[in-house]
Design a protein around this ligand. Structure first.
Ligand code: FAD
Ligand code: DLZ
Ligand code: SF4
Length: 509
């Protein structure tokens, strides 16, 4: 029998990935490699590198225990070539193999590297998703607008999740109107934590030695690093977090990074949890009467709706999608995103949590850091690079549509029907940050201490009037702006300009 290599990447750590499913345990050799090309294409959060390396090492052991031959390269190995293709070539020589079975990577960069690797590499479609590339393409074909909601309904029908025959459970597809409560008081749950074992400790030492300059705190490190732990984290979330997930999905609280969110995205994205098992656990909890319908439906929608949809968009739109910049925003990402001082309490809190945990929940990503970057006209590519670096769950197929499309409207409205921009009002309503902020969220007249979101909001609308004035969902806002007295409008725009100038000059904002 000819020996084949089976490539398993750091975010493909599941026994059911396509490459492993197609392989022969008796004759094929699994190749896994910690390489500089992957650690350095973004300035990854140290917790993200540690999570991936620890989970890779444990997965390799599991494969070996199951009888697979595994050729594993550690980052510090002296003969490490530094790239996935380089490692495949080296292992092909070692094992006299010429063919490679790979599961298609979640990034065009790596797909291209495998395509150009001078070996026969078969890239099999990643079957860990509900919608295949072909299915998404057929859904998208001929549609004027690719809206998530309609795609989601198809996914509900296809999976049967929360369906009663052809109709959605409870009679509605979407219970979002129940999911906008502001939180108050204390949070009665937290993601499950795991004490590092020997494998994890060794990886932490390596990451500390090699990546201490990257933005982010490595220790304490309490993430799950194998399937068993990730499943315990899932069970814990379903019991303690999911019941209130829906109600407080959009809420933000001081020093409460996780609220009732799952903190499971990284585990799902790297293969420790299967998206369907996660959704089925949520559905079961609802069927057993342990969680309300708005929580279960809202949670399942994030996974079989948004997660599948953004992946479809990434592959449908092609490799240049992350480069898009229809609003022609050019400003540099301010230093405060890398932990520099800021007077904006909401942004400071989101960035500090990101630094400490490699995590911020969706509304912080969308309506705080994303909203600010969009209002301030930051180059979306720099925003994309930031999100790709700082979150433990960030891989381009999921990060770039969320950032470039949903958050920065840089794709011109493929994902979002209108830009996700808001004044400070929204953050004030959904959080307790404003009362501790140096800025005044109630100041709306261009005052020196006016919340920056308040003045930048109108500045954004004014500078993009031509593009958005006819957008049905934005007409009201333009009418409100147009009704304002001219001197008030001048004060607001002048204050916005001086704020942006100060930001560009590196001043404290
Ligand atoms: P929960 O809020 O508890 O949601 C449950 C699950 O639903 C998540 O674990 C995740 O698997 C899925 N999910 C929810 N929203 C989305 C979404 N919009 N797209 C895809 N899956 C979703 N998610 C990533 O996994 N990786 C990223 O790199 C990423 N970058 C983002 C960048 C921006 C600018 C924005 C606005 C969102 C981004 N998201 C990303 C989506 C979302 O913010 C995270 O999935 C979520 O915050 C993860 O935390 P959680 O597990 O506690 O999720
Ligand atoms: C993110 C990441 C990092 C930091 N390191 C590795 C690595 O050393 N080896 C590996 O196989 N994968 C790594 N990854 C995950 C890949 O970057 C990921 O597979 C691609 O971005 C495609 O999603
Ligand atoms: Fe954020 Fe403005 Fe509130 Fe300050 S006042 S916390 S900047 S929304």
């Amino acid at each position: 029998m000819v020996t084949r290599l089976v490539l398993v990447l750091g975010d493909q750590l599941s026994m059911t990935v396509a490459g492993l499913k197609a392989a022969d345990k008796d004759t094929d050799v699994v190749v896994m490699a910690e390489v500089a090309d992957e650690t350095d294409y973004a300035q990854h959060h140290p917790k993200k590198i540690a999570l991936i390396f620890a989970a890779m090492r444990k997965f390799a052991r599991k494969l070996q225990d199951d009888g697979w031959t595994v050729a594993y390269t550690e980052l510090d190995d002296s003969n490490n070539t530094g790239s996935i293709c380089g490692e495949l070539i080296r292992r092909a020589e070692d094992f006299d193999a010429s063919e490679v079975l790979a599961t298609e990577p979640g990034e065009w960069r790596l797909i291209s590297a495998l395509t150009h690797c001078p070996l026969k590499v078969r890239q099999l479609e990643d079957g860990r998703f509900i919608a295949s590339h072909r299915q998404f393409g057929e859904w998208a074909e001929g549609r004027k607008a690719l809206r998530m909601e309609y795609f989601y309904r198809d996914m509900r029908r296809q999976t049967g999740l929360m369906m009663e025959g052809e109709t959605p459970a409870g009679g509605q597809w979407n219970y979002d109107h129940d999911n906008r409560k502001a939180a108050s008081g204390s949070v009665d749950t937290a993601p499950m934590q795991f004490t590092p074992d020997d494998v994890v400790e060794e990886v932490l030492d390596l990451v500390e030695a090699r990546f201490s300059k990257n933005f982010g705190t490595l220790r304490p490190f309490t993430l799950a690093t194998d399937q068993g732990q990730a499943r315990r984290a899932l069970t814990h979330f379903i019991k303690h977090g999911l019941p209130k997930f829906g109600d407080y999905q959009d809420a933000m609280l001081e020093n409460e990074p996780f609220l009732w969110h799952a903190h499971l995205s990284a585990y799902i994205n790297i293969g420790l949890l299967d998206p369907m098992e996660v959704c089925q656990a949520a559905e079961d909890a609802w069927k057993n009467g342990d969680v309300p319908i708005n929580a279960a439906e809202g949670f399942i929608r994030q996974i079989i709706g948004w997660r599948e949809y953004v992946r479809g968009i990434y592959f449908h739109e092609g490799p240049e999608y992350p480069e898009r910049n229809v609003l022609k925003h050019k400003r540099d990402l301010p230093w405060l995103y890398w932990g520099g001082e800021t007077k904006m309490r909401c942004v400071g809190q989101a960035v500090a949590q990101t630094r400490d945990h490699g995590y911020a929940h969706h509304i912080q990503r969308l309506m705080v850091t994303g909203n600010f970057a969009l209002l301030a006209g930051i180059d979306p590519h720099q925003v994309h690079e930031w999100y790709l670096s700082v979150y433990i769950d960030a891989f381009e197929w999921v990060e770039s549509p969320n950032t470039v499309g949903m958050s920065q409207f840089a794709d011109g409205g493929i994902i979002a029907s209108k830009p996700y921009v808001s004044s400070g009002n929204y953050i004030d309503k959904m959080s307790d940050h404003c009362k501790l902020c140096a800025y005044d969220v109630k100041a709306k007249d261009g005052e020196e201490d006016a919340c920056p979101f308040n003045v930048l909001y109108w500045h954004f609308l004014e500078r993009h009037r031509e593009r958005f004035t006819d957008n049905a969902r934005m007409g009201n806002m333009y009418r409100t702006w147009d009704r304002m007295a001219e001197d008030k409008k001048d004060r607001i725009l002048t204050r916005a300009e001086s704020f942006l100038k100060n930001m560009e000059d590196g001043g404290l904002i």
